[in-house]
Design a protein around this ligand. Structure first.
Ligand code: DC
Length: 208
């Protein structure tokens, strides 16, 4: 079984994806971490994230072992990630790895921006998770300050808004609500309620 989850930054899709993977005994991949790893490699080397050749080279040599590194979670890396993610050759270089993970037995949950549309268009269940910008900014602010980063909530909101614009406007694999995706708006749903709703949808789909 493959579960595809797409949605904007800080919508709760990562938390939901991890919980679904644990519940159904599936592998989990946060595909945003791949773009963040490319961005971090460039920033660490002092290279402009807009440098296409360097970004493609970094994407081709990613070490999956660093995907869980908390250093990837900073706003600076997130912004640079949305710059490298707009590059078609970077996306192409990361595609096979994502599809290989999706093909792992007994199945996988992948979250990102183009999972239902590009990476796994044949996924068994597709979710689009979203929430109002202000709510997402508040959640991300709690997460960042809890992790020791000093940042104002307004700056987090500006950052998310800039990333939303870039992720939705790019020509290659933009963030969109795909056909057949189940929309989960977590503005007023806590993670427990969102998780419960998602499990019911998955159970209903796989029973059908
Ligand atoms: O989900 P995230 O915030 O960790 O993602 C970081 C950036 O990577 C985000 O701005 C858009 C990009 N991304 C993407 O283009 N496609 C994906 N499947 C996942 C993330």
């Amino acid at each position: 079984m493959i579960i595809a989850i797409d949605g904007p930054a800080a919508s709760g899709k990562g938390t939901l994806g991890r919980r679904l993977a644990r519940h159904f005994g599936l592998v989990y991949l946060d595909t945003g971490a791949l773009y963040r790893a490319v961005a971090a490699a460039l920033l660490d080397a002092g290279i402009d994230p807009d440098d296409n050749a360097a970004a493609v080279a970094a994407a081709a040599s990613i070490d999956p072992a660093i995907l869980g590194d908390p250093r990837l979670r900073t706003t600076e890396v997130g912004q640079a990630a949305s710059i490298v993610a707009a590059k078609p050759e970077v996306r192409a270089a990361l595609l096979q790895y994502q599809r290989d993970v999706a093909a792992t037995a007994p199945g996988a949950v992948l979250d990102g921006r183009d999972i239902a549309t590009v990476v796994c268009p044949d996924a068994d269940v597709k979710f689009f998770v979203t929430a109002d910008l202000a709510v997402r900014a508040q959640r991300r602010h709690v997460e960042l300050t809890g992790g020791g980063q000093m940042i104002e909530q307004g700056a987090v909101m500006d950052d998310l808004s800039a990333r939303d614009a870039r992720d939705q406007a790019r020509a290659d694999a933009p963030l969109t609500l795909s056909e057949h995706a189940h929309l989960l708006d977590t503005t007023k749903l806590d993670i427990e309620a969102a998780f419960k709703a998602a499990v019911e949808i998955v159970d209903g789909t796989t029973r059908a």
